[in-house]
Ligand binder design. Sequence first.
Ligand SMILES: [Zn+2]
Ligand SMILES: [Zn+2]
Length: 413
Amino acid sequence: MKRLSILLLLTVFFAVNSLQPSALLAQDSSKSGSQNWYKGNLHTHSLWSDGNDFPEMICKWYKDRGYHFLGLSDHNILSVGQKWMDVEVVKRRGSKTGFERYQKVFGGDWVETRMKDNKTEVRLKPLNEFKALFDEPEKFLMIQAEEITDHFGRLPIHINATNLQDLIKPQGGTSVRDTISNNLKAIKRQQERVGRPIFAHLNHPNFGWAVSAEDLAAVVEEKFFEVYNGHPSVNQLGDAKRPSLEKMWDIANTIRIGKMKLPPLYGIATDDSHNYFGTTGSSPGRGWVMVKAAKLTPSKLINALEAGDFYASSGVEVNSFAHNDSAKTFSVSIKAAKGVTYKTQFIGTKKDVDVSELKSVGVVLKESNELNPSYKLTGDELYVRVVITSSSSHPNPSLKGQKQQAWLQPMWR
Ligand SMILES: [Zn+2]
Ligand SMILES: [Zn+2]
């Protein structure tokens, strides 16, 4: 986009609706708005690792609630091959009624059990068997995923790979940054080897206080991270000494754009769901991405994510947003719910700010209560991003007093 010729820019500017994201303009200048919003969660656990319900139950949960795509991303394992579990372990992990619930919903023809060493075992279905129960063109898509679960010393370093073909083992490294980089390179190698896009994102940087904002900025292969993760143990808001995930986003992007002259990191929201009985622990439905793409396929979704044609949400939805480079405006159209008000904050860092001066990094440049707010860039900003906060409480909060929000990707030219 940065190097698009003036001619192309003008063509594109007049050809498409001004309320489409700029990345879309760059990517899809020939198209005439045949794009849809797809809702998905890219970070989900099942009994295949440390989640507490069967994968089919989890897929059903998401599909029944209007999600369009889902990646089951278990720790260092794909839902592939034979895996049997003691039914008693299943009950202890989740709920006493969890196994019955599974039988009731999917029926005796589907659920497979066996006796082994006087114990009843249940077979965990592999993705290639249960995917067909859920996938429907343009309605729902299961995408193979893995949470590559690595560490440096005692610091957890977790990276999700979505749409991978083969398991990727944790790669290790000589530092936090080296460990992140090695895993991202392994994902990239597989992408090149198997010839399909694999989406990589760094999970919950504040979990175990493992990854700093400076680390996020420094690993140049890293393009996406979780600005919101619904797990209650991820230190979403930081603490007295350490920044929140949102503040880390600002610090990292101030370094990326201001010092390294690189594009910004994009922020996604995920559930990191583990617990499917009630709302205790890390239960589903807290955070997701809304992706604008032409078709509900893994490649189209990943291409759209890479192009920035998406936003992260914990409840607020937008009709559209636009980075209009020629008019130097960032505009948003909020999808309003009845009786709800919205506060939109345009947040950014001014040029020539010292990144160690935290109070000047990621400041509110403008605040609006309109449903179609916009911000006119002065030229002083390294980038501008948007966070919209609803007056409605989150129905299943991971944080005390949490309101529903949406996080839009930075405009940075
Ligand atoms: Zn994790
Ligand atoms: Zn996880």
